[in-house]
Every structure is written in C-alpha cells, then in structure tokens.
Design a protein around this ligand. Sequence first.
Ligand SMILES: Nc1ncnc2c1ncn2[C@@H]1O[C@H](COP(=O)(O)OP(=O)(O)OP(=O)(O)O)[C@@H](O)[C@H]1O
Length: 233
Amino acid sequence: MLTVSNLHSCYGESHILRGVDLALPEGAALGLLGRNGMGKTTLIKTLLGIVRPREGSVRFAGREVAGRAPCEIARLGIGYVPEGRGIFANLSVRENLQVAARPGRDGRCDWTYERVLDTFPRLKERLDTGGQLVSGGEQQMVAIGRALLTNPRLMILDEATEGLAPRIVEHIWQVVAQIRAAGISTIIVDRNYRSVLRHTDCAVVLQKGKVALAGSSAELAQQAPALEGLLGV
Ligand SMILES: Nc1ncnc2c1ncn2[C@@H]1O[C@H](COP(=O)(O)OP(=O)(O)OP(=O)(O)O)[C@@H](O)[C@H]1O
C-alpha cells in the first residue's frame, strides 16, 4: 500500500530526511517513533506532498506520488490528523466535519457523519459550537472525525493524544483500534511508545532523519533498553 525508498527532504539548506526506507502493507498499522526534531513530522509532510522531497520514491496505492501536489495525494485516499489538530476556528463543529465528507477513492462511504457522531457521542452536544470554543479533546475528536469522513485507505495521526486528559487519551486509542479493525492502514506518531507498540503491527524509530531501528511492534516491545536509548526516555 505504501513504500518509501531512499527519501530525502530538506528545508532550505537543512537536510532533514536522509534516506528513509519503509513499507506499510495494506491494512497494517505503523508506529513512527523518535525524539523531538528527528524528522517524524517532516516524513509525514513529505508523504502528503506538503514538503517536496529532494530525492527518493513514495509509492502509494500503486502510484508514484513523490513530488505530487498535496490535494492530488490526499484524493488518492489519505486522511491526515495533523499535530495541533488544524481545526477551522471560524466554522462550527458540524461545519468542520461536513466540509470534509466525501466518498472514498473506490466510492466507499463507510464513514458517514452519523457514524462519526456515534464514534464520538460527545460531539453531538457541541455541533453548533465554534471549532475554537470546544475543549482540546473535542477538537481532537473533530480532527479525527473529519479525516475519517474522507473515507481514507490510509490514516495518519500525528501526536493525536498530546496534551489530553488520560480519559480522553484512552478514548482516542479505542478509536484507533476501531480504525484498524475497519481495515484502514494507519501511521501513528505518539510520544507514548508503549501505547504505539500496543496499537500497531510494526514500527520504525527515526534518528537524525534515518531509520535507526525497525521491526514488528511485538519484537520492538522486547527491546525496551535500545528503544528507550533512542527515544531518550
Ligand atoms: N518549516 C521548517 N523550516 C525549517 N526547519 C524545520 C521546519 N520544520 C521543521 N524543521 C526542523 O526539521 C527538523 C525535524 O523536525 P520535525 O518536526 O520533522 O521533527 P519531529 O520528529 O516531528 O519532532 P517534533 O516531535 O518536535 O515535532 C527539526 O530540526 C526542525 O527544527
């Protein structure tokens, strides 16, 4: 479903991604780990076409997408929950959700507005509230719901639990489990590596823009000292 080969990305003269390779089979969940500044968000932005790679290949759903426009890549079926949530502040919760709704690339409409509200019942009472006026947890639910409403084949969640209360964090992980159970491929960036390994099939650890460690999540969970060394925890 997704194959990344020898990917290099830069911001001006700063060479951030230095030859990243990874593969995500259809329906699998990949954890993307690494200390602050190691290139996780840059990798995600490069996959999405927001950052243009300097070199390398990104194959998604059978096509080469490296260097293509973000809207073109998104329309191939990638739902993105950005770090910081990216809520439209001047739209209501309802509008934030509805603005994104569309059938998937193959015409699938598995994720409807009603299904998203059933997944996040708390949003039902907040539909007319402005996007910037709801709590951080509710904004995160809107961001995930909005990405699901594009009926993606791949969901990318960047720091989806950051700064949230433990109860909300638990709910977000339950929703991640539902997304996986629905057969949607998933890439998850999160600071809590134990939760990431519990909710993914495989994981990679980035260090200075390269993959320093990769394997099945079950194997990596057995390598806590090496992992914690790389993550600085
Ligand atoms: N727009 C930008 N212009 C210049 N440098 C940037 C830009 N965005 C990120 N960087 C730099 O690129 C490097 C990688 O950042 P990136 O955000 O990809 O890391 P990360 O692993 O996602 O870490 P974090 O958890 O802090 O977001 C960092 O040194 C960062 O300062």
